[in-house]
Design a binder for this molecule. Structure first.
Ligand code: SAM
Ligand code: SF4
Length: 427
């Protein structure tokens, strides 16, 4: 989401005549786009600011700004704590950046952290400045109103709002004409997307279909789905279009109904597993991935075991796994005690990671011998003798270079695999 937001910021600045550079030491202005989701993310940003301070000592005219969620969360307090900062702007105030920079030029520090009820940057065509030219993100909504007890997002990204469906389809068409072959539709909970115009409502399933119809050669992905809102209608739409990728990211967070209740997730363990069963029956072969939080408030050994057993039952292809980090002002910080000892959080996280490694191994092993359709994204990171791309299930596939080019689809027979990559040959 931040990556996508930075492309919007680049578009706003480009219109003002600014250009980008890959050499940080030659920059006159540096904006750092920030995340507040865990304390660790914020600590890394603080460290980065120390480095920017060293650049500023060499170039006193350098302007340094902080954008995004950490700017929104800490507001002007940041300008007092971090002397290096000249400017801060929250996620809904990027249109104001030229004005904020003018303020800085006139010698003042500048800040705008107002959240909006309707800003979606729908009319701004993002500058894809760090792109492989094949795959791109399209932001389809902003904010979140689910208020999961551990999560800071509703406080730093504001109310949920959906972007004009036609502007999304137009952006997908433009990307296709520029040679892009894959778009990922982004939102914190894409399943609650809705856009109403002239009394006609577009749901997420409708939007997905509209984007899939742009061209059969344009792959469509999306993230993130909230389990409480994943409908059979959406699964049916995915089944009907070959170019809608067969991969669903469905964060569960915990396998214990009791903990899910504390987390305010809006579903039970059984309801989650029922959604997994629906995916398996409507979309056989679809990859399923998830997110987990280890050591949430009051989590017992029994709750943790339920998480491990849910992982086995669901058979996730890959997951993102985190240890719980208390965030100020969230429901959990206000209501519960962060009472799982640190060593226990680490041990539970380790067990979740170890189990997932085994599940990912099994998932990759099943692919050996299969021929999968790969969209070539470019050379592999390790060698120009290999192409790298992804299959519909979002797995990275590497194979010896053929006469094909990035942006083309090739069938690849999988021969072997590493933990994160399938390796094969085109044929
Ligand atoms: N909106 C998405 C959802 O509901 O799944 C993703 C939101 S968040 C940006 C990505 C992941 O970060 C979450 O799914 C959760 O696993 C993790 N996360 C959020 N808050 C956290 C916290 N306080 N401590 C640890 N992990 C957290
Ligand atoms: Fe955070 Fe929950 Fe919203 Fe995801 S759905 S962004 S976890 S509040």
């Amino acid at each position: 989401m931040n990556f996508s937001d930075s492309e919007i910021v680049a578009a706003i600045l480009e219109k003002e005549g600014y250009g980008s550079t890959k050499d940080i030491r030659s920059a006159d202005i540096i904006f750092i786009n920030t995340c507040s989701i865990r304390d660790h993310a914020e600590q890394r940003i603080r460290k980065r600011l120390e480095y920017l301070q060293s650049l500023k000592r060499k170039n006193p005219h350098l302007v340094v700004g902080m954008l995004g969620c950490m700017a929104e969360r800490l507001k002007t307090q940041l300008l007092e704590e971090e002397q290096v900062l000249d400017l801060i702007a929250g996620p809904d105030s990027y249109r104001d950046l030229p004005g904020l920079m003018a303020e800085v030029e006139s010698g003042r520090k500048a800040a705008n952290t107002l959240l909006s009820m309707d800003e979606t940057y729908a009319d701004i065509s993002p500058v894809r400045y760090d792109s492989n030219g094949i795959s791109a993100f399209i932001s389809i909504m902003r904010g979140c109103e689910n208020y999961c007890a551990y999560c800071v997002v509703p406080y730093v990204r504001g109310q949920e709002r959906s972007r004009d469906a036609d502007s999304i389809t137009k952006e997908a068409e433009e990307l296709f004409h520029k040679g892009f072959r894959e778009v990922t539709l982004l939102g914190q909970n894409v399943n609650s997307y809705q856009w109403i115009r002239d009394g006609k409502k577009t749901t997420f399933a409708g939007l997905l279909e509209q984007v899939a119809l742009v061209n059969p050669l344009l792959r469509v992905r999306f993230a993130t789905s909230h389990p409480k809102d994943l409908s059979d209608e959406l699964l049916g739409t995915m089944a009907r279009y070959n170019n809608i990728c067969k991969s669903i990211h469905l964060p569960v967070q915990s396998g214990s109904t009791r903990i899910l209740g504390h987390m305010n997730r809006g579903y039970t363990r059984d309801q989650y597993l029922e959604r997994i069963a629906a995916i398996r029956s409507i979309l056989p072969g679809c990859a399923i991935s998830s997110d987990f939080i280890a050591g949430f408030c009051d989590e017992t050994e029994e709750d943790h075991k339920e998480t491990l057993s849910l992982m086995e039952q669901a058979g996730f292809d890959y997951t993102f796994m985190f240890r719980y980090s208390e965030r100020p002002d969230t429901l959990a910080a206000e209501r519960y005690q962060d009472n799982v000892p640190s060593e226990l959080k680490d041990r539970r996280l380790r067990e979740i990671i170890d189990l997932q490694q085994r599940l990912s191994y099994q998932s990759n092993k099943k692919d050996v011998g299969k021929t999968v359709e790969v969209l070539i994204e470019g050379f592999s990171k390790r060698s120009d003798a290999f192409y790298s791309g992804r299959n519909s299930q979002n797995k990275v596939v590497v194979f010896p270079v053929t006469g094909n080019h990035p942006g083309e689809y090739v069938p690849v027979k999988i021969n072997r695999f590493t933990s994160a990559t399938l390796i094969g040959e085109a044929g």
